[in-house]
Design a protein around this ligand. Structure first.
Ligand SMILES: NC(=O)c1ccc[n+]([C@@H]2O[C@H](COP(=O)([O-])OP(=O)(O)OC[C@H]3O[C@@H](n4cnc5c(N)ncnc54)[C@H](OP(=O)(O)O)[C@@H]3O)[C@@H](O)[C@H]2O)c1
Length: 354
């Protein structure tokens, strides 16, 4: 196993890309070699962020020149891709031809031979990449879910394992950074709530069933959970709040649900990966938590945990309700994907075992 890996970031100058740069600045294994963009190509990275970032990029990256995508010339050990969907559809296969490529975009999430991974939930689906050899790729492509699905499914997994979820109703209040930069015009979102995010409700339903499905015989057998998602854009900057109602096959109480959420851990915690939070789900008892501003950076690795509160009875002994919040560009994108790459690296899935 190489001691450190040189990485490129496709879409480095965007909302998610700048989170990669922040999170990889002092990473013990991964070192940034390329920052790739489109409109900002040719500028220094430090000149490429039009919005007011709350952090200074590390010097080594600040002085890098943003490059146009050139997969055959950009030699690195792996790439992270946070490209918009159309660009991802075109460029990710070109990078996967040569390199391990880890994506946040939705373009290939539902392909049968492409993993959709939350490392604590379904690490075994990594094996799908073995099937990608038939695409003629020397590298591979793996994807992370939508920002709303990630926080939600971290809370659903332990409840599904113990109580078997049948139906899920979820209403979301999603931050503006979820729409990228410049995203929703300020005049449209300030003093406003918009009850529509294109394709989001469909993504939450189908991704939940892929994530909570079972990997067997070389494919993912989807779960069979009825999902009704209602997605809203609200004027917060970072952090998606979600209110959940769910029905289970087995009887469920709020106390049992909280115990399952609190004890949930996965392979990243077992492997002690650098970006793994000690607790993927944090449960709070106060009646008015979680809150976006207070909880988006909660946990031992800030922003990598979903924070749950108001766990209470549903309409009968087979249902519960709760609120959750998770950071959309950290756990909901860059952080989840970095954690996935750490798991591949540590487990030898990136090169040796595939
Ligand atoms: N924002 C979130 O919370 C979130 C969460 C989960 C997943 N995602 C997904 O992650 C992806 C990125 O989202 P974002 O919010 O970071 O978007 P964004 O702020 O609009 O950033 C897009 C980035 O892609 C670059 N880019 C666009 N076209 C390109 C091309 N043809 N070649 C090379 N670079 C190109 C842009 O570079 P220039 O500025 O130089 O043009 C910019 O760096 C999307 O697929 C989104 O659905 C986002």
């Amino acid at each position: 196993m190489k001691e450190s890996m040189e990485v490129g970031i496709l879409g480095a100058t965007g909302m998610v890309g700048s989170e990669y740069v922040r999170m990889l600045a002092n990473h013990p294994w991964f070192k940034i070699k390329y920052v790739v963009g489109k409109k900002t190509a040719g500028k220094k990275f430090r000149e490429s962020n039009e919005w007011i970032s709350s952090y200074e990029p590390p010097k080594s990256v600040a002085e890098m020149t943003v490059l146009e995508s050139k997969p055959e010339d950009q030699k690195a050990d792996m790439f992270f891709s946070c490209l918009p969907t159309d660009a991802a559809r075109e460029l990710e296969p070109l990078y996967a031809r040569y390199y391990p490529t880890y994506s946040d975009a939705s373009a290939y999430r539902m392909e049968q031979d492409i993993p959709l991974i939350i490392p604590e939930i379904n690490p075994d689906s990594w094996e799908l990449i073995k099937k990608q050899k038939s695409r003629g790729w020397a590298g591979f492509l793996t994807t992370g879910p939508n920002c709303t699905s990630i926080g939600l499914n971290l809370t659903l997994k332990p409840l599904d394992d113990e109580f078997k979820i049948k139906k899920l109703v979820v209403a979301t209040m999603q931050a503006v950074s979820g729409a990228g930069f410049p995203g929703v015009p300020s005049i449209s979102i300030l003093d406003n709530v918009i009850p529509y995010i294109k394709d989001e409700e469909e993504k939450v339903a189908v991704e939940t069933n892929k994530l909570l499905g079972r990997y067997a015989n070389g494919k993912v057998e989807f779960a069979n959970i009825d999902v009704a998602a209602m997605c809203n854009r609200v004027p917060t900057i970072d952090g998606h709040m979600e209110t959940v109602y769910l029905e289970t096959e087995k009887k469920i109480t709020p106390e049992d649900a909280k115990a399952a959420l609190r004890s949930f851990k996965g392979l990243p915690q077992e492997l002690k990966l650098p970006t793994a939070p000690e607790f993927p789900v944090i449960v709070r008892e106060e009646p008015d938590r979680p809150q976006t501003r207070l909880d988006r950076f909660a946990g031992t690795v800030p922003g990598m945990s979903a924070v749950v509160g108001r766990v209470r009875k549903g309409i009968d002994d087979h249902s519960i309700r709760y609120s959750l919040m998770s950071h959309n560009t950290v756990r909901g994108a860059a952080g989840n994907t970095i954690l996935t790459a750490e798991m591949f690296y540590k487990e030898g899935w990136m090169f040796d075992k595939r």
